[in-house]
Design a protein around this ligand. Structure first.
Ligand code: UDP
Length: 459
C-alpha cells in the first residue's frame, strides 16, 4: 500500500482530524484546524473526509500545513448525501472505522493525535488500540451534550423521538447545568437506532484523552462547569469555530464566490432592514410549509434574502420583489453585513453561533436533533429570539398570515420589544468576540490545547 507522504518541513505535531461527513460538521472542524495551523506553523493537519466530500471541498482555500486525505464513501456515490438520513448515519458508524485505521498505518509522519468528532466514537477505539491520544470534538452545544449524557434521568427515552407526542408543558428541571426545559424542547431524533448510536458514542467519549467543545464558555457556563466537574479529562471550550478569520476588509473570500450579486444587493438595502432566511445544509421543510413561508414573506412587505438551496427557482417566482432568493451564500459574510436585521434560522449549532457572533436577533424554526434545544437556549435563556412555532412536533403548518404578522413585528425597528432583543444580541456578540480575542476564554483554551498537543509528540 502507498504511504501518504509529508512534503512539509519538519513536523513536530501531526493532527489527524476526522469529521462526520456533513457540511455542518466538516465546517467547524476545518475551522478549528485552520485556527490551530495558523497559530503553530510546525503543526501538520491531515483532514480525512470521504471521497464525495473531497470532491466538494478540495478546491476550498486552506493553509499549506493542512492536507486532505480521503476514505471511501460510506454509501454508494450515486446515492451520496441524498441517501436517507438514518442509513447514512448508520453507515458512518459502521463503515468508516476500517478504512480510517488503514489510512493511519500509511501516514508519514505518523499521527501524534487524532481529533475526531464525538459521533465517530470508533475513532476513540482506534486511537486507544494504536496508542495515539484522541481529542473528541463535540460539534453541538455543551447543553445538548449534558442532556444526552444524562438521558437516563429522563422519564422515557421516547422523549428523544420526533414522532412521539408528549405533554407540551411538562418540564425537566433536574439535569445539572440545564435550566428548566420543556420535554418538547429536548433534542429529537428520527428513531431508536440513531438514539442508540448516539448513546453508544457517549459511552466512548470518556475514554478519549481530551474533550473539545465548540462553544463559548460564558454563554453556557452552568453546563460547562458541571461537565468540567464530572469528566476526568482536560476539557477545552474553543468555540465558536466559525470562519471569523475570513472576515475583514482585506479578506480574499469576497472574491471566492462565483455569484456575488447577493452582496451587491445587500449593499443597496437600508441598514438593519433585511431578514436573512436559511435552514441549514441538508434537512428540509415540506413543500407546503415552504409555500406558506414564501407567501407570508411576500405579504409582509419586509425585505429578505433567502437561501433556498434546491427550491430556489420555484420559490423565486412566489416571493415577489422585496426578496432575493439564492441557492447558497457565504453565510457569515451575509450575517455580518450591516443591512441584515434578523435571521430566520433552523438553529443548527453553527448557524446559531454565527448569528450570535454577528449580534443578530433570531427567529427560530428548528427541524430536528439539537436544533430544538438550541431554539430554547436562544429564546428562553439568552433572550435573543422568538419562536416561529411553539411546538416543533405539532403537525400543523404555520400559516402565511401568521408568518407575515410575525415577520413584520420581528423586523419593526420601532418596537420596544425588538429594541430590547437587539440590545441583548449586541451584548452576546461582545461576549462572543471577547472570547476569541487575545486572552479571551476561547483563545486561552485553544492555546492550552496546543500546548498539550506538543506533549503528544514523540511518544
Ligand atoms: N451555510 C453557508 N451558506 C448557506 C447556508 C449555510 O455557508 O447558504 C453554512 C453555515 O454558515 C453553517 C453550515 O452551512 O456553517 C450549516 O451548519 P449548521 O450547523 O447551521 O446546520 P446543518 O446544516 O448542520 O443543519
Amino acid at each position: 500500500m502507498d504511504s501518504v507522504k509529508n512534503n512539509e518541513p519538519t513536523t513536530h505535531c501531526h493532527v489527524v482530524a476526522v469529521p462526520y461527513p456533513g457540511r455542518g460538521h466538516i465546517n467547524p472542524l476545518m475551522n478549528l484546524c485552520k485556527i490551530l495551523a495558523s497559530k503553530k506553523n510546525d503543526i501538520l493537519v491531515t483532514f480525512v473526509v470521504t471521497e464525495e466530500w473531497l470532491g466538494l471541498i478540495s478546491s476550498e482555500p486552506k493553509p499549506e500545513n493542512i492536507r486532505f486525505c480521503s476514505v471511501p464513501n460510506v454509501v454508494p456515490s450515486e446515492l451520496g448525501r441524498a441517501a436517507d438520513h438514518t442509513s447514512f448515519f448508520e453507515a458512518t458508524m459502521t463503515k468508516l472505522e476500517a478504512p480510517f485505521e488503514q489510512l493511519l498505518y500509511r501516514l508519514d509522519p505518523p499521527a501524534t493525535v487524532i481529533v475526531a468528532e464525538t459521533f465517530l466514537f470508533w475513532a476513540v477505539g482506534v486511537g486507544n488500540r494504536r496508542n495515539i491520544p484522541v481529542a473528541s470534538f463535540w460539534p453541538m452545544s455543551a447543553s445538548v451534550f449534558m442532556v444526552f449524557r444524562h438521558f437516563n434521568l429522563l422519564p422515557q427515552n421516547s422523549h428523544f423521538l420526533l414522532d412521539v407526542s408528549v405533554k407540551g408543558d411538562e418540564r425537566v428541571d433536574y439535569i445539572l447545568g440545564i435550566s428548566s426545559i420543556r420535554l418538547v424542547d429536548l433534542p429529537k431524533l428520527r428513531n431508536h437506532q440513531m438514539l442508540h448510536r448516539i448513546l453508544e458514542a457517549f459511552t466512548w467519549v470518556t475514554k478519549a484523552q481530551y474533550l473539545l467543545f465548540n462553544s463559548i464558555c460564558e454563554l453556557e457556563s452552568q453546563a460547562i462547569d458541571v461537565l468540567k466537574a464530572e469528566l476526568p479529562m482536560p476539557i477545552y471550550i474553543i468555540g465558536p469555530t466559525i470562519p471569523y478569520f475570513n472576515l475583514g476588509e482585506n479578506s480574499s473570500v469576497r472574491g471566492n464566490h462565483n455569484d456575488l450579486n447577493y452582496l451587491e444587493w445587500l449593499d443597496c438595502q437600508p441598514r438593519g432592514s433585511v431578514l436573512y432566511i436559511a435552514m441549514g445544509s441538508f434537512l428540509s421543510v415540506s413543500s407546503a410549509q415552504l409555500d406558506e413561508i414564501a407567501v407570508g414573506l411576500r405579504n409582509s412587505d419586509v425585505r429578505f434574502m433567502w437561501v433556498a438551496r434546491g427550491e430556489t427557482c420555484r420559490l423565486k417566482d412566489v416571493c415577489g420583489d422585496m426578496g432575493l432568493v439564492v441557492p447558497w451564500c457565504d453565510q457569515l459574510r451575509v450575517l455580518s453585513h450591516s443591512a441584515i436585521g434578523g435571521f430566520w434560522t433552523h438553529c443548527g449549532w453553527n448557524s446559531t453561533q454565527e448569528g450570535v457572533f454577528c449580534g443578530v436577533p433570531l427567529l427560530t424554526f428548528p427541524i430536528a436533533v439539537d436544533q430544538i434545544q438550541n431554539s430554547k437556549l436562544i429564546v428562553e435563556d439568552w433572550k435573543i429570539g422568538w419562536r416561529v412555532k411553539q411546538d416543533v412536533r405539532g403537525e400543523s403548518l404555520v400559516t402565511r398570515e401568521e408568518i407575515a404578522r410575525l415577520v413584520q413585528e420581528f423586523m419593526n425597528l420601532e418596537s420596544d420589544e425588538v429594541k430590547e432583543m437587539k440590545k441583548r444580541a449586541s451584548e452576546l456578540q461582545q461576549i462572543c468576540q471577547q472570547a476569541i480575542a487575545e486572552k479571551g476564554s476561547s483563545e486561552t483554551d485553544i492555546n492550552a490545547f496546543i500546548k498539550d498537543l506538543s506533549k503528544c509528540n514523540g511518544r
